[in-house]
Ligand binder design. Structure first.
Ligand SMILES: NC(=O)c1ccc[n+]([C@@H]2O[C@H](COP(=O)([O-])OP(=O)(O)OC[C@H]3O[C@@H](n4cnc5c(N)ncnc54)[C@H](OP(=O)(O)O)[C@@H]3O)[C@@H](O)[C@H]2O)c1
Length: 228
């Protein structure tokens, strides 16, 4: 499939949030400029429902430099037309709006319909599994790549599993891996309201996830990772 020609390489949706602002700060480091001419990121935009807050976030993320010229786009996850508009302008949406069980599906749906790629920081298994179940076939048709779980919840466990798997000498393979993460920081480790809300809703709806998994076709067993 021919790559889509778009105005932006990446749009960060929900950049004004607690996590989104750090995502923007990191993205700015990779934005192509004279000192980093090899970067694949030539143009990014940020999107959300509050342009003033987004503009303040851009100032914060650029500090101590002056903010680069970055387009701020209006978008609300409850307004599908605003999401379609984002998708028409970019190759990739990086979604930082949660809880994903409340706000994520409209974004996935808009991306899949338009063939735009989708990336998020979701840590909610039910959302991820439902999206795979409901949108996998359509995403295959439109060429949209939908990748979830690119946050701290998930990446250390994935890397740990990968590292562990590489230590095994064939034909032996691990069939279960138990993992734990230990955090040490001189600074206070904090999460914001939406992170807390996502965790509470995940626990409150744990039975729905079990029921959903039971309703899905069985797959061949794969190595399991248990996080503590
Ligand atoms: N996997 C991980 O390791 C990991 C790590 C951190 C966070 N997370 C997840 O990321 C999500 C965000 O967490 P957070 O703590 O950063 O939340 P937050 O600070 O409350 O930020 C939420 C962001 O979403 C935006 N937003 C809310 N409703 C919206 C809507 N209807 N349309 C468009 N934008 C909307 C907010 O915009 P306004 O500025 O307009 O309010 C804000 O930018 C949560 O689901 C959390 O669980 C995952």
């Amino acid at each position: 499939m021919e790559p889509k020609v778009t105005k932006f390489d990446l749009i960060i949706l929900g950049a004004s949030g607690f996590t989104g602002k750090y995502v923007l700060k990191e993205a700015l480091k990779f934005l192509n400029n004279s000192s980093q001419s090899q970067s694949p990121l030539n143009s990014i935009a940020i999107a959300g429902r509050n342009p003033t807050k987004l503009s303040q976030t851009l100032n914060w993320a650029s500090n101590p430099n002056s903010p680069p010229t970055i387009t701020i786009l209006p978008a609300d996850t409850s307004d599908p037309s605003s999401l379609r508009s984002l998708c028409s302008q970019t190759r990739l949406i990086l979604n930082c709006v949660g809880p994903f069980r409340l706000h994520g599906e409209t974004v996935v749906s808009a991306c899949v319909d338009s063939g735009c790629d989708y990336l998020d920081i979701c840590g909610e298994p039910e959302f991820m599994e439902r999206m795979e179940s409901d949108y996998h076939d359509r995403a295959g048709e439109t060429g949209s790549l939908v990748v979830s779980a690119c946050g701290f919840d998930s990446v250390p466990a994935e890397l740990g599993l990968l590292f562990n798997s590489l230590q095994w000498v064939g034909p032996a393979v691990p069939n279960r891996v138990e993992a734990y993460v230990s955090l040490e920081s001189r600074k206070r480790i904090v999460g914001n309201f939406a992170t807390y809300e996502s965790a509470v809703l995940g626990v409150a709806n744990a039975k729905d996830l079990q029921a959903f998994r039971r309703s899905r076709p069985r797959r061949r067993p794969r190595p399991q990772v248990t996080q503590f």
